[in-house]
Design a protein around this ligand. Sequence first.
Ligand SMILES: [Zn+2]
Length: 127
Amino acid sequence: MRKFRIVWRRVKVKRKKGNALEYKKYKEAARNLADNRISYYNKLYGFAVNGVAIKNAKTRWGSCSKKGNLNFNYKIALLPEAMADYVIVHELCHLGEFNHSKKFWDLVGVAIPNHKLLRKKIQNIKL
Ligand SMILES: [Zn+2]
């Protein structure tokens, strides 16, 4: 009898995007959360939001374009409420200040006074 040697190789696949199934599962919840919290906090700020998109990004919780589009990672739906609110308010405030200046953080602080702590916490969560 011939002997076969089976070699299993662990193949590292580089992911640009997150898990597709999980994305499908939580996308709607993330959209509802983002829409609800944006309309809640924007009563305070009154920024012009052009659109909100939920993405399956590998490295970002959120982003904001100069055209007024806010993008959020679907994983905001899996965060504790205070942290999800921080991400949402952070991106929303970029519509007022397109930078991370003191003025920007003052804006964030209006709605989220403990933003510094929340930022540190969220930086420790692996996406
Ligand atoms: Zn930012």
